[in-house]
Structure formats: C-alpha cells, structure tokens
Design a protein around this ligand. Structure first.
Ligand SMILES: Cc1cc2nc3c(=O)[nH]c(=O)nc-3n(C[C@H](O)[C@H](O)[C@H](O)COP(=O)(O)OP(=O)(O)OC[C@H]3O[C@@H](n4cnc5c(N)ncnc54)[C@H](O)[C@@H]3O)c2cc1C
Length: 389
C-alpha cells in the first residue's frame, strides 16, 4: 500500500524498486544542496552518483542498452530526485528528456543516435540542447538564432553565444540551434566540446543556482556534415513535446519537499501560548488542506498527461495543449505550495538554516522554463477556437 503521498502514483514492483533507489540518491543530494546553492557551484559529485546508479541511461531505449522507461515513470523519478535537490533534477531532466524526445520523434540520423546511446550506457555521457540566446530569447517563441552555421570543407563552422546552457560544465557534446546562412533557415547541430567552444561562467541567479546554466561561446566550432541533425532521411515525427514534463515534475518534487517540511514543523512546533503543536490550530489546518488541494490536483493533471502520451503514440501531436496545461498547472501550483508551506512555518521559514527559502527561490524558475504561461494560455485558446462548430 502507498502510505506516503509521494508514492501514490507507483504502479508496480519494478517502478517501486527504481523509486526507492532514487529516494536514496535524493537523500544524499539533499545533504549537499545548501552548499551548492550558496556557492552557485556545479554538483559534479551528484552526477558521478547518478552515473554510478545507472540513472543517466533510464530513457535510452532497451534495444540500445538502456531502461526505456515510460514518460509516466520519468515524471515520478524526477519528482523524487527534485525532492532532494531541485537543481540536479532539472539539470539531469534535460538530458533524460532529450534522449526520450530523440527516440520518440526519431529526430536524429540513426547512426548518430546509436552512438550517443552507446556512450551514455558505456561512459555515462550526457546531452542537452542549447537554444536560448540573449537576442532571440526563448526558442519556444520562434525567434531566429543569431548563432550562424557557415559551410566549410567536410561540414560547418558555428559562431555565436548561447545563454541558459544547463549542464554546460559537464557536457562533452551538446545540440546547438544555428541559422544556416546559405539556406535562410535554422537547424540543429551536434557540437563536440573543443578549444573552439568556451563555457563562460555567467550563471548567478536567484534560484536553480547549481544547474551550471552558463553561457557557451562558439568561435568557429567545426561540426562534421553528418552531425547536422535536421538533415536526414527520416522525417521527424511530432511527439507533442511530452518530454518537457520533466520540468513540472521537478517543481512538484520541490513543492512536495516544502509540504513535508511544513507538516513536520506543524506537528512538532509547540509555542507556549497553546497546549499542543500548531498542527492542532484550525487556521494551520486550513493552510495544510490548501496545500493538499493544490498538490493533488497538479499531480492528477501531470500524471494523466504523461500516461496519455505513453498510451497514445499516434496522437502525441494533438496532446500538446494538455501537456502544456500540465506544465502550467504544476509549476504555478508548486509556487503556491511553497508559499503556503512558508506561511505555516512562519518567520522561521525565512532562515537560511532551513531549506524553505531555497525551495521558494527554486520553484520560481519554473515560470521561465518552456512552455511559458502565456504560450500555454494562447495554445488553449487557439485549440478551443479551432473546434468545429
Ligand atoms: C533554470 C533554467 C534552465 C534553463 N535551461 C535551458 C537550457 O538548457 N537550454 C536552453 O536553450 N534554454 C534553457 N533555459 C532558458 C529558457 O528556456 C528560456 O529561453 C529563458 O528562460 C528565457 O525565456 P523568456 O521567455 O524569459 O525570454 P524571452 O523570449 O526573451 O521573453 C522575455 C519576456 O518578453 C516577452 N516576450 C518576448 N518575446 C515574445 C513573443 N514573441 N511573444 C510574446 N511575448 C514575448 C515575454 O513576456 C517574456 O516574459 C533555462 C531557463 C532556466 C530558468
């Protein structure tokens, strides 16, 4: 029986086994989070542990040596990891999500994807896409990259600067979107780290401080012709962007940690103005109940969207509004839940000696991960207006 709320969406013994292993990692990472948040340092040791535990190959297809887990299970495991450390969960979520996306959308040339999977399984390699730029903003808004790709012998030369490049301290390869000047169109390229790529340590933010989301400068980085991703024989399938659910999963995991902290505090804090703990006060119970309502609703929407994506492979493109809605509901609920948890705890919640103020800063970042609120709302409106009448 699933006694704890966090366990409620576990469906079978295999999922339970993996969830328990991730809970152990999360507990270990929680011990390190305060320091990495304070220093804004990248938690290399967490990634060594994830590699050792086989976490990095979870979404690699089984036939290529991975675990081939479902999106539904990915959501559950990412929640659990974020419960211990939000930054690590978001960062590794981009990697796991990208692999799931490339496999589902068949968006890469096969040999390139097979090589990536081999390196993930064998060496614990990781991947992420660097698409954001200062001038073009979020790629989800359709801006043209200022990074350029110019043809050279045997491939392409890339020049430009990417912002928000999560995982940049640890990656040996990454996907870069660039404007192909001679074709007047944008495309993706797989770039290898070299002396022509440089990580500029700009990441000093309010929240998600340990994600290593620095700038990456490309100064004539060479990409061989076969590592241009967009040009290959298979037309890429629209997978609806289901992989992006790793993002709301992360913020709900942080919110759940805040909720559990508040419950524990309310059950044990006994100010001398009352007889028992503050959990017995009706006002505190009201706030705790509001947290439950937010959390349970958000998780319902999140897991339902993930489950539909898994079960309806032919319908994924049509699920986009529901997937976006899940992100919108979950990230906004996560912000409200952490806020309510801090109200339960009171002034002590502001203290740097407690994790709540970090949760408060970390969940805020969810608003600025794709798809953004206004994009989702517009998509829902367009979907409604597009209905036959
Ligand atoms: C913790 C974290 C990790 C991230 N990791 C990555 C990563 O690994 N790779 C990556 O590529 N990106 C990453 N991002 C970047 C993210 O995806 C966005 O690109 C970034 O947050 C900027 O988005 P924005 O909407 O604020 O930017 P902009 O698009 O510049 O928008 C700024 C504001 O202007 C308005 N606006 C601008 N253009 C439009 C428009 N066309 N229509 C309507 N409104 C508009 C919006 O109101 C918006 O609030 C990360 C972000 C965060 C916070």
């Amino acid at each position: 029986m699933n006694r704890r709320l966090i366990d409620q969406y576990i469906r079978n013994e295999e999922e339970r086994r993996r969830a328990e292993a991730v809970a152990e990692l999360a507990a270990r990472f929680a011990q390190r989070s305060e320091r990495h948040d304070r220093e804004g340092s990248f938690p290399f040791e967490n990634f060594a542990d994830l590699r050792e535990a086989g976490y990095l190959k979870l979404t690699v297809p089984r036939e290529l040596g991975g675990e081939g887990i479902s999106l539904y299970e990915l959501v559950g495991l990412q929640e659990r990891l974020a419960y211990g450390d939000g930054s690590t969960a978001l960062a590794v979520g981009w990697h796991l999500g990208q692999v799931l996306h490339i496999a589902a959308a068949e968006s890469w040339p096969k040999p390139l994807f097979h090589e990536l999977c081999r390196d993930i399984v064998r060496d614990g390699a990781m991947i992420n896409a660097f698409a954001s730029e200062a001038a073009s903003g979020s790629p989800s808004r359709g801006g043209r990259p200022e990074t350029t790709a110019v043809r050279t012998e045997g491939g392409w030369l890339l020049n430009g600067r990417k912002t928000f490049s999560t995982l940049s301290p640890i990656l040996d390869r990454f996907i870069v979107s660039a404007y192909v000047v001679e074709e007047d169109r944008a495309d993706d390229f797989l770039v290898r780290r070299s002396d022509r790529t440089q990580v500029v340590e700009t990441w000093n933010t309010l929240g998600m401080r340990a994600t290593g989301s620095h700038d990456v400068v490309l100064d004539g980085a060479f990409v061989p012709a076969e590592a241009r991703i967009g040009k290959h024989d298979n037309a890429s399938k629209d997978d609806g962007g289901g992989w992006l659910l790793h993002i709301p999963a992360c913020y709900i995991g942080i919110a759940m940690a805040a909720r559990d902290f508040a419950l524990q505090f309310a059950s044990t804090y006994r100010p001398n103005s009352i007889r028992g703990p503050i959990a017995e006060l009706p006002t505190v119970q009201m706030t705790l109940g509001e947290i439950e309502a937010e959390l349970r609703t958000a998780r319902c929407v999140l897991y339902a969207a993930a489950d539909r994506w898994d079960r309806e492979p032919g319908n994924r493109a049509n699920l986009k509004p529901d997937l976006g809605l899940a992100k919108y509901v979950a990230t906004n609920s996560a912000i409200r839940i952490v806020d309510l948890a801090m109200r339960v705890v009171g002034g002590a919640s502001l203290s740097k000696s407690m994790p709540l103020e970090r949760y408060y800063r970390d969940v805020r970042a969810g608003l600025h991960n794709p798809p953004m609120d206004n994009t989702v709302i517009q998509m829902l409106a367009a979907d409604a207006l597009g209905e036959p009448r």
